[in-house]
Design a protein around this ligand. Sequence first.
Ligand SMILES: [Zn+2]
Length: 467
Amino acid sequence: MPPRSSMIPSLLLAITVGLLSTAPAAAQAPKAAPANGAPANGALRSGELRLTYLGNAGWEITDGRKVVLVDPFVTQFRRWAPGGADVAPDGLYIPDTALINEHVPRADYILITHGHSDHALDAGVISRRTGAVIIGHQTAANLARAYDVPDTSLITVIGGEDYEFGDFSLRVIPSIHSALDHKQYFNNGRGISGNAPKGLRAPLRRKDFVEGGSLAYLLRMGGHEVLIMGSMNFIEREMEGLRPDVALVGANSQRLEIHDFTGRLMRALGYPALVIPSHADGYGDPKPSAAALADRRFFQQEVAAASPASRFISPKWFEPIVLPARAAATQAASAASGERQALNPPGISPLVPAYSEAIRAGTQVFVSGMTGIKPGTQDIVDGGVAAQTRQTMENIRTSLQAGGATMADVAECTVFLVNMADYAEMNSAYIEFFRVAPPARATLAVSALPRPAARVEIKCSAVVRRP
Ligand SMILES: [Zn+2]
């Protein structure tokens, strides 16, 4: 989230500040609109994927070659700017071209999960400006046609397609909408389900943006598989057997209307390595309620309980998340050949150049002794041995991922404490990461650790189950 300082009067300014504060990544994003075919981000290496949260269910996903948007709706941020307000159902709903120009420099494809205005409002304008091809139900196409998007820029789908696009492939997954209005979504009298007709003309009213059916997507790009949800519901048998490494999960409190939402989803998806909540930011609300914040934490706990080995990232508006090359792809060859590979994930540098952070050899990943350094620094986190243990485990997780392994692959750990009196506190944080069938372990007290501020160091080894 952008800074919430009351010294910043305008959210637009706040967003700009937030963008600038992520200078290394944001500086790579082109500000002007380059022609399609220009590199989206020359700094991305082969196999890396960059996900940038655009608010609500909106995402920009790129491998540096193609830019795929999901449900872009940056107009929502106007609501929090001076003079901004909700648009009534009968009110004209005009996409904010200034916000779109600022935050959506380029797009090749736009995936629409469903036709509601908080998913489909900006797509027509973006397509007209960038030439992006819109993929979605007939309703998404008809809403885009209202903005004179030509049929050559529309791919209408119904769910079940698995399309090859060269730089990526896309499986279109039949889905269902969140159970709004206490499960009376289809009989609530609000007229938000159903299909948008042909022949609509912009400007549209908010009530023109009807659902038109719901879709999820599996985007395979740059060696990654990203599961994309736009709503707090899913059809379990359609998710069953998918194996995304990243899941963008519709996560606001409407999920609580659904039986065992998070548990069923995590099991069906095979416990994705990375889970990122989507559609849970209150439409860009810069000051979420205590209840909303508590529910966000609750969702994270649901994921931790259902899929303890998954990494969880709370996305921040317009801050890029760069995923390293998925090790499975690059490691498959190495695993087959038994080749030894040194891994030094960004942000976790060795203290001295005498060792690698991790080594992958065949199906095994050996992680060096980790301490609770804050990634990108050599500083140990504050908060005592529990906080240090948690950060240590996060650093181990990052190192394992660089080697294509997950926490669930860890076979053994050795824990070094400078004071055995810290055992219980270390242990309570440690078990958060291994709730099921924890690895073999030894714990020792030592007279000192190389980093004087470190009270705990942990080393581990993993055997990758699916090389
Ligand atoms: Zn909706």
